[in-house]
Design a protein around this ligand. Structure first.
Ligand code: UD1
Length: 420
C-alpha cells in the first residue's frame, strides 16, 4: 500500500496550478447521462473518484472518449442500463448522483445503497424523499435502492429540511427533465452546485435562482450537447494556502477562483497572513510568521466548509494561543485529532468541538489517514513537523488531490511516495 514519506521543516515556496474541482466534476459527469448527445468536458481532475464515475457512466452504456488537455467527451446517446452496481458504489458514495439523471431520463434507476463512511453515517433519505415528491416509487431490495416513475417525473415543491449538497444536486438533475415546474427550497448554495446548474443550463435546462437557496426549474423535454469547463477546486486551493501558511512559506495558487472561498481566506487573514488575489490567482506571504490560533465552526456555504476544517486544525496546532474548532456537518469528522496528538499537538475533544492549544513544534511520526481531508491535514502536519512523518493509507488522499506529492515537491517540500 502506498505511503507518503515527509521530512518536515521546509517552508513551501513557489507557484502551483489548481486542478478542476472533484466535487463539481462528479455531479457534472453524472448529469451528462441526462443528455442524448455528446458533451465535451474540460478541466476534469485526474483523480480516482473521477475515474470511478467515468467507469460507472461506461457501465450504464455511455461512450467515453478521453482526449488530451484534461478533456473528455461523454456521449450518453446509447446509454441503456439503469443499474449502478455495488462494486462501483461501494468505492464512492457520490455514485448515488446517477440516480436523479437515470430516473429523469429513463423513468427508473437501481443504485446500490451507499454505506456510511469514516466521517459519519451520511444518509440519503432527503434525496429519496425528493424523488418521491416528484412521483417516483422507491423501495429498498437486496441492498439496492429501486426507483421507478412510470410516465416520468412530475415537478414538485420540495423543502429540504437539512441543507444537503448531494441531495440538492440529485433533485436538480432530476427536475430538469420532469414535467412542469420544480421548486427546491433550502437548497445548498455551494459553488459546485452553481457550476452544475450552469452546466445543465448550457445543455438547455431552465434553472433560475442559481446560487440562491431557492432553485426554480422548468422541466424541458430534451437536453442538447454542449462544451463545459469544470470550475477550479476551492478545497485544493485552500489546502495549499494553509500548507504554505503553516510551514512559514509563500505561495501563488493559479487557475483558481478567489471568489469561491471567502470564508477560508477570511480565516487565513485572521490568522495573521497577508493575501493578495487577481482574477484567477491568490498569493499568500507568511514572512515566516507564526500563525495566530483561529476559531472555526463549519457550516453550509457561504459558511466555513467542513472540507477545510482538518487543514485549519493542523494550522492551529502550531499557532500562538488556543482555538475551538467545531464541526457541525458530519458527526465523526475530528478523527485526525488523535494522529496529530501523536505528533505532539495539544488537542482535547469536547463533543463536536476540538480545543486546540498551539505548541511550539510538532515532531514527525508514523500516522494513519482515515478520510480524504483528514489525510490532507496530516500531510500539512508532516510538512511542519521536525523529522520524518509517514502517512499511511494515502489512497484516501488520491481520491481528492491530483499529484499531491509532485505539487508539493514543486513548492520545495521533501516528500515522496513509497510502496511496501
Ligand atoms: C458533499 C461533498 C463533501 C462535503 C459535503 C458537505 C461531494 C462529492 N461531497 O457531500 O465533500 O463534505 O458535501 O459540504 O460533493 N444528510 C441527510 N440526509 C440526506 C443527505 C444528507 O441527513 O439525504 C446530512 C448528512 O448526513 C450531513 C449533511 O446532511 O450531515 C450534509 O451532507 P451533504 O451536504 O449531503 O454531503 P454530501 O453531498 O454527501
Amino acid at each position: 500500500m502506498d505511503k507518503l514519506l515527509i521530512r518536515g521543516g521546509t517552508p513551501l515556496d513557489g507557484d502551483i496550478r489548481i486542478s478542476g474541482s472533484k466535487n463539481s466534476a462528479l455531479p457534472i459527469l453524472a448529469a451528462s447521462l441526462l443528455c442524448p448527445a455528446p458533451v465535451q468536458l474540460h478541466n476534469l481532475p485526474h483523480l480516482h473518484d473521477v475515474t470511478t464515475m467515468i467507469d460507472l457512466l461506461g457501465c450504464l452504456g455511455a461512450d467515453i472518449t478521453v482526449g488530451h488537455n484534461l478533456s473528455t467527451e461523454i456521449d450518453a446517446a446509447n446509454a441503456n442500463q439503469t443499474i449502478a452496481p455495488y462494486e462501483l458504489v461501494k468505492t464512492m458514495r457520490a455514485s448515488i448522483l446517477v440516480m436523479g439523471p437515470l430516473l429523469a431520463r429513463f423513468g427508473q434507476a437501481e443504485v446500490s445503497f451507499p454505506g456510511g463512511c469514516a466521517i459519519g453515517s451520511r444518509p440519503v433519505d432527503l434525496h429519496l424523499r425528493g424523488f418521491e415528491a416528484m412521483g417516483a416509487d422507491i423501495s429498498i431490495e437486496g441492498g439496492y435502492i429501486k426507483a421507478r416513475a412510470e410516465g416520468g417525473l412530475r415537478g414538485a415543491n420540495i423543502f429540504m429540511e437539512t441543507v444537503t449538497v448531494g441531495g440538492t444536486e440529485n433533485l436538480l438533475m432530476a427536475a430538469v427533465l420532469a414535467q412542469g415546474e420544480t421548486v427546491l427550497e433550502n437548497a445548498a448554495m455551494e459553488p459546485e452546485i452553481v457550476d452544475l446548474a450552469r452546466f445543465l443550463n448550457a445543455m438547455g435546462a431552465k434553472i433560475e435562482g442559481i446560487g440562491s437557496a431557492t432553485l426554480r426549474i422548468q422541466g424541458v423535454n430534451e437536453l442538447h450537447g454542449c462544451e463545459y469547463s469544470v470550475m477550479p477546486d476551492r478545497i485544493e486551493t485552500g489546502t495549499y494556502l494553509v500548507a504554505a501558511a503553516a510551514t512559514g512559506g509563500s505561495i501563488k495558487v493559479k487557475h483558481t477562483d478567489p471568489n469561491s472561498l471567502d470564508a477560508v481566506l477570511a480565516k487565513l487573514r485572521e490568522s495573521g497572513f497577508e493575501l493578495q488575489s487577481g482574477d484567477d490567482w491568490i498569493s499568500l506571504q507568511s514572512g515566516g510568521r507564526r500563525p495566530k490560533a483561529v476559531g472555526i465552526k463549519t457550516a453550509p456555504f457561504p459558511g466555513f466548509p467542513t472540507d477545510m476544517q482538518a487543514q485549519f486544525m493542523a494550522l492551529n496546532t502550531i499557532a500562538s494561543g488556543s482555538a475551538r474548532v467545531t464541526e457541525t456537518i458530519f458527526e465523526n469528522r475530528l478523527i485526525q485529532t488523535h494522529e496529530m496528538n501523536r505528533m505532539g499537538a495539544n488537542i482535547v475533544i469536547e463533543g463536536n468541538t476540538a480545543i486546540v492549544t498551539g505548541v511550539e513544534k510538532l515532531t514527525g511520526a508514523p500516522v494513519m489517514a482515515s478520510d480524504l481531508r483528514a489525510s490532507a491535514s496530516l500531510v500539512i502536519a508532516g510538512l511542519v513537523a521536525q523529522g520524518e512523518t509517514i502517512v499511511d493509507r494515502i489512497y484516501h488522499i488520491d481520491r481528492g488531490y491530483e499529484c499531491i506529492e509532485e505539487k508539493l515537491q514543486q513548492l520545495g517540500a521533501d516528500i515522496r511516495r513509497i510502496t511496501d
